[in-house]
Each structure stands twice: as C-alpha cells, then as structure tokens.
Design a protein around this ligand. Structure first.
Ligand code: DC
Length: 230
C-alpha cells in the first residue's frame, strides 16, 4: 500500500521548502523527510569513493558499476534537520559547492532514484510525514493526501541561498548563485527520470515576498482542511 498520510512538498531549489517543511512537521507532530539532503549525502558518498559523475564520465559504463557498488554500502540515517552517512553527521558537508556541482547529475540516475524512493516510502510507512523534494507528489507518494508546489522568483531564491551561505561564513555573489540556480532548475526539470513537475491537484504557493510564518500558516490551513488545493 502506498503511504497516504503524507504532506508532499515539491518545488525548485531555494523556494524555502526545507525551512517551512521542518516547521510544518513540528507543528503537526509528523516526521520530516528532507529528500534533497539524501541526494546530497549520496553525492558526497560518491565523491569520497571517487565515483561522482564528473570523475567517471570517461569510463565505458560512465561509472555505473562503481556507483552501484558504492550505493550498496552507503548507510543513511535521518533526523529532523540532520543527516548521517555511515554513522557520521554530514549535515554541513552536504552543503559544499563540490556536492552542489554534482548533485543534479546524481539525482538524474534512475538506480539512485529507485533506492532513495524505497527509503523514503519506508520512512513514511512508520507514520505520517512531511516530505519535501522534487518528485514527492508525482512519483514517490502519488497517493499523498496533501500535495503542495512551493515556488518563488529565481532572484528571491538566489538571495535566500546567499543568506544561507553567509550564515555558513561563505561569501558568494548573488549573480553566481542565480546562474547556478537557473542551471539546476533546468537540469532538474528537463531530466528523464522524475523531473520537477507540478502534480495535478497540488496547492500552488508562491512564497516570493512572504515571511516564513505566512507560508507556514497557509500550509497548516491547507492540511487542517481550511483550504483546498484550488
Ligand atoms: O533541495 P536540494 O537543493 O537540497 O536538492 C538537492 C538536489 O537533489 C537538487 O539538484 C534536486 C535533487 N532532488 C531530486 O532530484 N529529488 C528530490 N526528491 C529531492 C532533491
């Protein structure tokens, strides 16, 4: 049976999904699933095993055998706002630019998506979850009771990302971040496997210019049945 007690939140990078999804999960008493963090952790694992896509592009099978072998040995543990790889917290390590440069290519690999989807459904089978990513409503949880597409203007997403970087002590130009965001949007929306799409029936929410509290309030109202997906 496909899990149904799921708030599936999809949208492009920097739309504010993680922050709002984590708060929503807290308020509802649901588990929280940051699926982008899972793809980032697997990318870090591939980088550490010397088989990230850019490192294996010249190999006959484009490194698939080595990536499959590395994937089979990866152990992920999820906690709200944290992720551990092989027993070690990698929550900060998955936010580096090395990971960011490779993660879209990793997330485009069907065998990686199949493994992540299985893990995500396994979590959702043990209780209600707020799950955020790109294919939550379309592929992983098609029977989710609540589906949301959270969007924001690219310039605002770049500004938020720069603020995140500044908090991590990294100074990056907004123009560079905007270019990277547009490039990742293009890769995530045009790939063959589970591209970013707006699922039918999903509540569309544009968070441009809205404080987190306002977005959270709208989502709580949606889940509590005070609004519908129209
Ligand atoms: O949300 P994020 O920036 O942490 O996501 C990192 C990458 O993972 C991004 O390139 C899109 C991809 N991703 C995906 O393909 N499917 C998901 N469910 C979540 C993230």
């Amino acid at each position: 049976m496909a899990p149904t007690d799921v708030v599936a939140i999809d949208g492009p990078s920097g739309a504010g999904k993680s922050t709002v999804a984590r708060l929503l999960a807290q308020r509802l008493g649901f588990a929280f699933l940051d699926t982008g963090a899972m793809y980032r952790a697997i990318t870090l694992h591939f980088l550490r095993h010397g088989c990230a896509p850019a490192m294996v592009a010249g190999e006959s099978d484009r490194g698939e055998a080595r990536m499959r072998a590395a994937l089979a040995t990866a152990s992920l543990e999820l906690a709200p706002g944290r992720i551990a790889l092989d027993g070690v917290d990698v929550s900060a390590d998955i936010r580096t630019r090395d990971v960011e440069a490779q993660v879209s290519a990793v997330a485009a690999l069907p065998f990686v998506r199949a493994a992540m989807g299985d893990l995500q459904r396994q979590v959702a089978r043990s209780g209600p979850v707020v799950a955020e990513g790109r294919d939550m409503g379309s592929v992983v949880f098609p029977s989710a009771r609540w589906k949301v597409y959270l969007d924001a203007a690219p310039e605002e997403r770049a500004r938020r990302r720069c603020q995140d970087f500044a908090r991590q002590g990294r100074q990056v130009s907004e123009a560079d971040v905007l270019a990277e965001i547009l490039q990742r949007d293009r890769l995530d929306s045009t790939r063959a496997a589970a591209p970013l799409v707006r699922s039918a029936g999903a509540l569309y929410l544009d968070s441009t210019g809205l404080p987190t509290e306002t977005v959270l309030g709208r989502l709580l109202a949606f889940v509590r049945g005070e609004a519908d997906g129209a």
